[in-house]
Design a protein around this ligand. Structure first.
Ligand code: HEM
Length: 209
């Protein structure tokens, strides 16, 4: 009995933590696509956090799913965790969770083998995140025991505001020139080399200082 209770609390807790982590991953992904950086927040921090939080989210999701499956109350069975809408327990809402998770696995695996599949394929699959996240939110709303409890509502609102805000900023801001920084660096280096040579090219004696 105690074990069933522990499983149930773990499923719910790990579900909530997964949602928070996934929302953070989406926000950081949007920030890195906007090439956001501050002097106190270098860009590598955004990309590093994006990757590491995504991997942590997978661990919490694994915990969420395993505890949900082995919980004797739900009788889910492993098939229900793999085949969308095959569960007799909260069929529709649980099916959404399975779809969100499978999209996430596709996004994660293709990111790990990005060098092998090429940038455009990786990018096309990565866009699935914009589908996976809202599907996961709907799953949590529909199937969660805690959906209407104050703490879960606060978590949901913070996650939704953060992601919708980040995606809104992404849509409103002009798509940045991905090579702007490299181009600026290149121009600066070239001008450093060319500057002392300019008097020679114009037939003047180079200054000694
Ligand atoms: C991206 C994938 C997923 C995310 C982000 C996610 C997140 C959540 C959240 C936030 C809740 C609500 C927790 C609560 O109200 O306390 C929840 C509930 C639940 N999830 Fe998921 N989930 C995902 C995938 C799955 C999958 C694949 C399964 C299948 C085994 C699953 C099984 C469940 C169950 C059984 C509940 C209800 C727990 C309860 O009784 O309250 N979830 N999930």
């Amino acid at each position: 009995m105690l074990n069933d209770t522990v499983l149930w609390y773990t499923t719910r807790g790990a579900g909530a933590v997964s949602l928070v982590l996934l929302s953070a991953v989406v926000v950081l992904g949007v920030l890195s696509s906007l090439r956001f950086e501050l002097s106190s927040w270098p860009r590598f921090l955004t990309t590093g956090l994006h990757r590491n939080i995504a991997l942590t989210a997978i661990v919490f999701l694994a915990l969420h799913i395993v505890t949900a499956v082995v919980d004797p109350f739900t009788h889910l069975g492993w098939l229900a965790a793999v085949v969308p809408f095959s569960s007799t327990y909260r069929t529709f809402w649980l099916g959404l969770g399975v779809i969100a998770f499978e999209l996430l696995i596709a996004i994660t695996v293709t990111s790990l083998v990005r060098g092998m599949i090429g940038h455009s394929t990786w990018r096309a699959i990565h866009w699935l995140s914009y589908g996976s996240w809202p599907i996961a939110v709907l799953h949590g709303f529909g199937t969660g025991t805690d959906t209407w409890s104050a703490w879960m509502l606060v978590i949901d609102v913070i996650c939704i505001v953060a992601v919708v805000g980040a995606v809104g900023a992404r849509l409103m801001l002009r798509s940045p020139d991905a090579l702007a920084a490299d181009r600026a660096r290149f121009r600066e280096r070239v001008s450093r080399i060319v500057k002392p040579l300019r008097p020679i090219a114009t037939g003047m004696r180079p200054s000694s200082n």
